[in-house]
Design a protein around this ligand. Structure first.
Ligand code: SF4
Length: 285
């Protein structure tokens, strides 16, 4: 099978930075280091860190006083950092700079008396953290229907979950314009995700199927699959090579591959290798 890998597939700068900071922390103080939530949305990477002794916790209460706690690239609300300081913890903050920007814009909008609307998944840790920077006053929506259902807002400030696609937020902002008088929009989309989506969308119509590699909990992987589906309905999402099924490719010869921002190169290479080994349509005829 011919396999073409999209440019920009895999680890983004924010994830590379978070992994480096976590590795450096483990090198310096390997004992007792905790991560507040899985470091990135990739099970293989999280397991590798666990083997090095990094424990994932869901609450600061689980971290012993004076120990080190790693805040992941999705970021947290200000109250979480304040709590960590009160508990005497050492904080290693790997919040991605793109997420920090979204937090700052949301906080600035609230200070300037805008009602903040965040376009994102209300259960995603990044969104929970950004909303916390508005004192939990922001409204979170993720569909055009939710935008249309809002009451009229005279001063509206809008931010986006960093990993959303331009097409997705454009549709919703279009609906929001009808629900506000002054609508101030900050483009908080992440450049890395935007480039990754662009190259995958360019590749998708030129291949017979796309395989997207990434964690099932990864928002940017889900968005990547979604934008590809808009131009090629045959899109499969896998976490690892073991999930690739031969019958997906019956009658096909040319497959595209891209990967979410938290997918390691080795995992992408294994998936590519697995697809390459599948006999293409017409082989041996
Ligand atoms: S996907 Fe974008 S926002 Fe998320 S960690 Fe990577 S660079 Fe940062």
């Amino acid at each position: 099978m011919e396999v073409i890998v999209a440019d920009n597939a895999g680890f983004c700068f924010g994830v590379k930075r978070a992994i480096k900071m976590a590795n450096d922390t483990m090198d310096q103080a390997p004992a007792g280091v905790k991560a507040l939530g899985p470091l990135i949305h990739n099970p293989q990477v999280v397991s590798a860190f666990q083997r090095r002794g990094l424990t994932v916790v869901s609450e600061l209460e689980e971290v012993e006083s004076e120990s080190t706690v790693i805040i992941r690239s999705h970021g947290v609300g200000p109250e979480v950092k304040d709590d960590a300081v009160r508990r005497g913890l050492k904080i290693v903050d790997t919040t991605c700079p793109f997420v920090t920007k979204a937090q700052q814009y949301a906080s600035k909008l609230i200070e300037e008396n805008y009602k903040v609307v965040m376009i994102g998944d209300q259960n995603h840790p990044e969104v929970i953290g950004v909303v916390a920077h508005t004192g939990n006053k922001a409204i979170v929506i993720n569909t055009v229907a939710e935008a249309e259902a809002l009451k009229f807002i005279p001063r509206m400030g809008v931010v986006f979950q960093t990993t959303h696609s331009i097409a997705h937020v454009q549709e919703i902002v279009g609906a929001l314009l009808k629900r506000g008088k002054e609508v101030r929009v900050f483009n908080t989309l992440c450049g890395a995700t935007t480039s990754m989506q662009k190259t995958a969308v360019e590749l998708a119509p030129d291949v017979e199927a796309m395989v997207i590699v990434g964690g099932r909990q990864s928002a940017n992987t889900a968005q990547l699959a979604e934008v590809c589906r808009r131009v090629n309905p045959r899109v499969y999402q896998v976490e690892s090579a073991a999930e690739v099924r031969e019958d997906w490719f019956t009658g096909l010869r040319r497959i595209g591959v891209s990967a979410g921002a938290s997918t390691p190169d080795e995992v992408i290479a294994e998936v590519v290798e697995r697809i390459t080994q599948i006999e293409p349509a017409g082989a041996g005829a």
